[in-house]
Design a binder for this molecule. Structure first.
Ligand SMILES: [Zn+2]
Length: 174
């Protein structure tokens, strides 16, 4: 793994960390727990103790069938970032032959809804659909909130998040 210099944005301390490009979950199935428990891709600054993300995104891969899951820092959670990422950053053409998901997390914080994405399963309860929506963006988030409301139409948090996400999509498409 390449050694990367990472700067603490608060105090300017430079950390040197070995930072991998991707985690192959077919070869390292045990990594799934660390990922869900929020134990990857961050350190605390030795000087000021601020949390520092090593990279803005981490790629999780499966070999057979090929599947990529992009874990992206929550500060980029908007439909525009997602579309630009898949049209400019990922290897050209890869979206045509590899199933790819993008989810947004706070590195360093546990995220149970990631299990649905990693295990490629659908939630059964309105609460779990709501939580799954919160780590997505754009039409994928909208679908999750709609599924939550199908099960429980009185879930006010899903209603307000659905409206927010629709507004974001409208602004972005202007
Ligand atoms: Zn610092």
């Amino acid at each position: 793994m390449p050694l990367k210099e990472i700067e603490c944005l608060k105090c300017g301390t430079i950390l040197k960390k070995r930072v991998g490009e991707a985690i192959n979950l077919s070869e390292n199935p045990k990594a799934v727990n660390d990922i869900i428990e929020g134990k990857i891709n961050f350190s605390y600054c030795p000087k000021c103790k601020t949390k520092i993300e090593h990279k803005s995104h981490v790629l999780l891969t499966y070999l057979d069938p090929p599947r990529w899951i992009w874990l992206v820092s929550r500060k980029y959670q908007n439909p525009k970032y997602c579309e630009e990422f898949f049209t400019t950053i990922v290897p050209p053409g890869s979206v045509d032959f590899i199933e790819q998901d993008m989810v947004f997390v706070d590195f360093g914080t546990p995220c149970e809804s990631l299990a649905y994405v990693i295990e490629n399963k659908l939630p059964q309860t309105s609460k779990d659909w709501l939580e799954l929506g919160k780590i997505h963006t754009g039409s994928e988030a909208v679908d999750c909130y709609k599924n939550a409301l199908k099960i429980n139409s009185a879930l006010t948090e899903a209603k307000s998040l659905l409206n927010e996400e629709m507004d974001k999509l409208k602004t972005y498409q202007l």
